[in-house]
Design a protein around this ligand. Structure first.
Ligand code: DOR
Length: 445
């Protein structure tokens, strides 16, 4: 074992595969080379983590950063800046940009745009369409691609795979786990009168009701089982789907969002109007309890923020002209740490959902564990810190969060990516140096 380090994170409480306890982390060349009581001499930089918890870098597997096409809402620089401000070290970005990320050229364009501007590490989803279904096998293995994304129901942007024949073609084509927005397009169309001009945003979960989500999830799972494909059901919102998916874990992995675990209808629509509007919607408290139960039972695999920013002006229009989605990459960890503080889940379950889960599901090379040989991606948190979430703190371009005014206990105070500090105590450090992630099932090392 070598005795020199570029960086030592000293004196913190480590959250690792082996449990939670005191220890140090030794880093060389951007990788973890020792964990525990360090045997070697101190090298270059020392970070004093006394009083802090040292977590594996937080991975957000669902963000919409809007570039290219809607940079007035967000771009790859501002979105990844918001990420590291919230303790997130790596993101998977969604394909409903303009143009859509549905071709190799569009993927390469995003990779070129992120190079030198991204604060966090990154990878991009490629969107499935009825036109590119047969090319998805090649597209999903391109460098920088974290997988394929399907929209079964219309949401922001024009990506859509609405019918079972097209869905079958997509699933037949892919080999990697396919991420799916499960809302039933036919039912959305048939019920669109519920979201008539001038309706209150509280109508949103009536229009996009439980059956809209559950129908799509059932259709998806039945095809996945027939074709023996792995599917990742994004932002599950209903107790019904949570119970159903628990019986289909052989093909399905499950994501929930902090919004659906924290907010509830109708209260959020009364307080926030269209600022609480997202797809699939925030629902009543008993659905939220169903999602928490699925976390407790181990059914949920990952928490993704579904960071989907829109400007205040866009959200201030009259429903249903208001776009769906809310920012979340920066509040993901503070909200979830607060849930830990309130006893809804353990800190180990949190790192299971935000670090090891993404690694296990998507096969990310070298990320998701505080272990020797892995990238030195570390999130430092102060579990005792009590802070108010404010709009001023939001680095996302939209400048608002639905959680403004909420006081949380537990706060990210340091973001370290491949051994380099990019945030400490709310201040950005160094320059953007995010790199593209690699995948065991993607292009080779
Ligand atoms: O509310 C949402 N907003 N749901 C989605 O599926 C897309 C997202 C967006 O991109 O705005």
């Amino acid at each position: 074992m070598s005795t020199s380090y570029d960086l030592v994170i000293r004196g913190g409480t480590l959250v690792t595969h082996d449990g939670i306890g005191p220890g140090d982390v030794g880093v060389r060349d951007g990788r973890i080379v020792e964990v525990g009581q360090l045997r070697g001499a101190d090298g270059g930089e020392v970070i004093d983590a006394t009083g802090l918890h040292v977590l594996p870098g937080i991975i957000d597997t669902q963000v919409h950063f809007r570039e290219p096409g809607n940079e007035h809402k967000e771009d790859l620089e501002s979105g990844t800046r918001a990420a590291v401000m919230g303790g997130v070290t790596a993101v998977f970005e969604m394909p409903n940009t303009n143009p859509l990320t549905t071709t190799e050229d569009a993927l390469n364009d995003k990779l070129a745009r992120a190079d030198g501007r991204a604060w966090s590490d990154y990878a991009f989803y490629v969107g499935a369409t009825t036109d590119n279904a047969e090319s998805l096998r090649e597209l999903e293995t391109l460098p920088g691609c974290c997988g394929i994304k399907i929209f079964m129901g219309s949401s922001t942007g024009s990506l859509l795979v609405p019918d079972d024949d097209s869905l079958r073609r997509v699933l037949e084509s892919c080999r990697r786990r396919v991420a799916v927005h499960a809302e039933d397009e036919e039912r959305l169309k048939a019920r669109s009168h519920i979201a008539a001009e001038g309706a209150h945003p509280r109508a949103h979960p009536d229009w996009r009701d439980v059956e809209t989500a559950f129908n799509a999830t059932r259709r998806l799972i039945s095809l996945a089982e027939e074709l023996r494909r792995r599917v990742h059901v994004l932002h599950v919102t209903t107790a019904d789907e949570a119970a159903y998916l628990a019986e289909h874990k052989d093909v399905a992995s499950v994501e929930v969002t902090p919004q659906h675990l924290t907010l509830e209808a109708p209260d959020c629509y009364e307080r926030l109007g269209a600022f609480a509007q997202m797809n699939p919607p925030i629902r009543e408290a008993h659905h939220r309890e169903g999602l928490w139960n699925a976390i407790a039972q181990g059914v949920v695999d990952v928490i993704g923020s579904d960071h989907a920013p829109h400007t205040r002006e866009e959200k201030d229009q009259v429903y249903p002209n208001t776009p769906s989605g809310m920012p979340g990459v920066q509040t993901l960890l503070p909200l979830m740490l607060n849930h830990v503080s309130e006893g809804r889940l353990s800190l180990l379950r949190l790192t299971d959902l935000l670090c090891e889960g993404p690694n296990r599901l998507f096969g990310i090379v070298g990320k998701g564990r505080l272990a020797v040989g892995y990238d030195a991606d570390v999130t430092l948190v102060d579990l005792a810190a009590s802070r108010e979430i404010t709009d001023d703190w939001v680095a996302a371009k939209c400048g608002w969060t639905p959680f403004a005014g909420m006081t949380v206990t537990g706060w990210p105070v340091g973001t370290i990516i491949r051994g380099r500090s990019v945030m400490r105590d709310g201040q950005l450090m160094n320059e953007p140096s995010g790199q593209v992630m690699r995948f065991y099932e993607g292009a080779g090392p």
